[in-house]
Write a protein that binds this ligand. Structure first.
Ligand code: FES
Length: 114
């Protein structure tokens, strides 16, 4: 799959997780001004949706189920109980379009089963 539009920048609130789905792959988008960061939406601990009640602190998104936080650039967890990273994605902005290629993660974290 090539790079494709996954959301509109104007739909994203500042530093609030936004769930997009691309070909069945859930992605958590976080807007910082005119830039957007993207990670796989599934927590590596017990597969909870990070955008479902997750909070953003600095450059990390915190899972609302048990509180693990993940770096939005590297996907690495910074707190237990999660110990495994989550996939990260490069984002491009074209006007109001938020674009990414969900098949081209920027780290080597494994994709969850679902
Ligand atoms: S499911 Fe995310 S920390 Fe447990």
């Amino acid at each position: 799959m090539a790079i494709t539009k996954v959301a509109s920048l104007s739909d994203l609130a500042e530093a609030v997780p936004y769930k997009a789905e691309i070909d069945g792959v859930p992605v958590c988008l976080v807007r910082f001004g005119d830039a957007v960061k993207a990670v796989h939406d599934t927590c590596s601990h017990q597969e909870w949706s990070l955008s479902d009640g997750g909070m953003v602190y600095g450059n990390e998104v915190e899972c609302s189920l048990h509180g693990s936080s993940f770096d939005l650039d590297t996907g690495q967890p910074s707190s237990l109980p999660a110990t495994r990273p989550i996939p990260t994605f490069a984002v491009q902005i074209d006007g109001d379009a938020v674009l990414l290629d969900v098949e081209a993660p920027t780290n080597d974290a494994p994709f969850p089963d679902h």
